[in-house]
Write a protein that binds this ligand. Structure first.
Ligand SMILES: NC(=O)N[C@@H](O)C(=O)O
Ligand code: NI
Length: 160
């Protein structure tokens, strides 16, 4: 048995309680490099607590919809940003915290060129590409301590 969860286009305001949508939206904050480059400056709330920032590369198998969501996780000690290395959409699943457990998840699909940053402690599905090559830069906390808490749903969701 599963529960259905509809994926919708990601909305910056709806996502704000969970994280940041990182994109070249509107005019750049600065024009740099002799006018050849626009800078959309400081677009995510990064938080690494007592650790440090790390950049890792993830190559994840693309998934297809409907996607079976069995687990969400959270990183209590730091934020985590998913930055696709190709201009393709990916699936982002987050959930509110309800008394230390995830509430009803929300599923979003990004636009090509968008990246996301999950705020510290946000319940989320693991990195979920929808298209090859599934290559992402991930900016998250490097440091001591247990920075991973998982929650396995008794009844999985079918994300479509
Ligand atoms: N485990 C790991 O490094 N990645 C997860 O945190 C994830 O959200 O994909
Ligand atoms: Ni994670």
């Amino acid at each position: 048995m599963t529960r259905t969860l509809a994926a919708t286009p990601i909305d910056r305001d709806a996502f704000a309680g969970f994280g940041d949508v990182i994109e070249t939206e509107g005019a750049p904050d600065k024009i740099i490099n002799q006018g050849f480059c626009g800078r959309w400056h400081d677009r995510a709330a990064l938080d690494f607590g007592d650790g440090r920032a790390g950049i890792s590369l993830f190559r994840a198998e693309p998934r297809t919809l409907p996607y079976r969501l069995e687990m969400v996780e959270r990183h209590p000690l730091g934020s985590q940003a998913f930055i696709p290395m190709s201009l393709v959409p990916f699936l982002v699943i987050v959930a509110p915290d309800v008394g230390g457990r995830p509430g009803t998840p929300r599923a979003y699909v990004t636009e090509p060129g968008q990246a996301i940053n999950l705020h510290r402690g946000t319940w989320h599905g693991v990195l979920t590409p929808l298209h090859a090559p599934g290559l992402f830069a991930v900016v998250d906390r490097i440091g001591a301590g247990d920075n991973l808490e998982e929650h396995w749903f008794e009844t999985p969701y079918e994300v479509a």
